[in-house]
Design a protein around this ligand. Structure first.
Ligand SMILES: [Zn+2]
Length: 445
């Protein structure tokens, strides 16, 4: 009797991870508004490479169709019942002013007032990230915009966690992850305190403002932030929800960081990491107070880091101040969460991507990583943000790898440091594997 022929010894195209890489490299044409890309960094490659999104707002990243369905089920009026109509009227490609930009958040927050809606939004955001090649996302939102009555902080956080966990579990069960070497999707949750709010923002804020009607605004802001920081630490510790950071969001001009000192000190004392929206619409001093008063590990936007002209009158030598601040941020590896499309939409002074300060951050070797801010409101993805940067600043494969590396290394990964190190190495190994497979398939390789 003849022995059966030996099984194939695993040619590369039987490997589920290689099959996944090949599919990811080829899947789908670039969107119509994608920039022209060089042959060494086409859209498919940028999408297939593992990436992070360290700055993505849940309430700014719903799918349009989901918003329509959730609104219909909850009696929330929308200006249009179609995806096209919503995009024409609310979620535009460009906005005339900040008010227009913020309009959509009122609609998304109005439907995200119960566990089912929050879980669905988080689940779909997880799936959309995975489809975009994002293998680590830090999803942020302001829980107090969604809380009311008995639907409290823990219920809100657990609903979002369930949604993200479900997306991660489905991805983990796919052949490329379960049997191959494709790294799993991981996530953390960042909770946002608001620099400014009024009772009109949510039922929770309305009740707080009602209780403290004779308090100064800054006192009420201080209380809300501190309560948020305390709840975040407790919920993380009691329920093992991966709350990894505290953020400060909202209007910068006129609403300084100082009112939120106690909240950020509480987070700091309990080893919760900190990121602060700073230098988005206001000058370098806002970045300085984020770092010094709020212990920021990372900066959201940080757009005005190099802007002496945006310094206030109390800075006697703006050029020197900005030079020292930028030097400090670079040397301490305080990572800047750069959101190019979002900045173009809200800052009329940035006319083209080429004018964006990310080019200078690349040249000066800052730790800066690319993020979406809002996938719906800004109609973008991490792949698209990389495409814009590659086209505008001539990034090569090495520069893309460095930017991705900053994202993984400076993430608030929800696990022990030794585990994080191994995870970063694994992700970078996968990055190199995707790149090698792409490069080997190029003519003349
Ligand atoms: Zn943001």
């Amino acid at each position: 009797m003849t022995a059966p022929a030996p099984a194939p010894t695993g040619p590369a195209d039987n490997d589920p991870t290689d099959a996944w890489i090949d599919a990811a490299l080829q899947l789908g044409a670039p969107p119509e508004d994608a920039p022209a890309l060089p042959a060494h960094l086409p859209w498919g490659l940028l999408r297939a490479l593992p990436k992070t999104d360290l700055h993505v707002h849940l309430d700014g990243s719903l799918r349009e169709q989901t918003l329509i369905e959730l609104a219909a089920g909850r009696g929330v009026p929308l200006p249009s019942q179609t995806v096209e109509g919503l995009n024409a009227l609310v979620f535009k490609r460009s906005y005339n002013n900040l008010e227009e930009y913020l309009h959509g958040f009122g609609l998304t927050c109005a439907v995200l007032q119960d566990a089912e809606a929050l879980e669905r939004a988080a689940y779909e955001l997880g799936l959309d990230n995975i489809a975009d090649g994002v293998l680590y996302a830090e999803v942020r939102f302001a829980p107090q915009l969604h809380m009311h009555g008995s639907f409290g902080f823990d219920e809100v956080l657990r609903a979002v966690d369930r949604g993200l966990r479900r997306a991660a579990a489905e991805h983990a069960a796919s052949p490329a992850v379960a049997q191959g070497g494709l790294p799993a999707f991981r996530y953390g949750i960042v909770v946002c305190a608001l620099r400014y709010f009024s009772g009109a923002f949510s039922r929770w804020y309305a009740s707080l403002c009602g209780l403290f009607r004779d308090a100064r605004d800054t006192e009420v802001f201080r209380l809300a932030s501190l309560e948020l920081a305390r709840a975040a630490v407790r919920c993380r510790d009691e329920h093992a929800v991966p709350i990894v950071g505290l953020d400060l969001a909202g209007r910068e001009d006129g609403y300084p960081a100082q009112a939120h000192r106690e909240a950020f000190a509480h987070a700091h004392r309990h080893f919760l990491k900190k990121t602060v929206h700073a230098g988005e619409a206001y000058g370098p001093e806002s970045i300085f107070s984020a770092i010094t008063a709020l212990y920021a590990d990372r900066l959201g936007h940080g757009y005005h880091l190099f802007s002496p002209e945006a310094c206030g009158p109390e800075i006697s030598d703006p050029d020197e101040y900005v030079a020292q601040l930028a030097e400090f941020v670079a040397d301490r590896r305080i990572t800047v969460e750069v959101c190019i499309t979002s900045n173009l939409q809200t800052n009329p002074k940035i006319e083209r991507v080429e004018d964006h300060v990310f080019g200078r951050m690349l040249r000066e070797k800052l730790s800066a990583t690319l993020c979406t801010d809002n996938r719906l409101v800004s109609h973008t993805s991490v792949t698209r943000e990389f495409a814009l940067a590659v086209a505008a600043f001539g990034m090569d494969q090495k520069a893309v790898r460095e930017t991705v590396t900053y994202g993984f290394k400076r993430s608030f990964y929800p696990g022990p440091y030794l585990e994080k190190r191994a995870w970063v190495r694994d992700l970078l190994r996968h990055f190199d594997r995707v790149l090698a497979r792409f490069n080997a398939a190029q003519p003349g390789a």
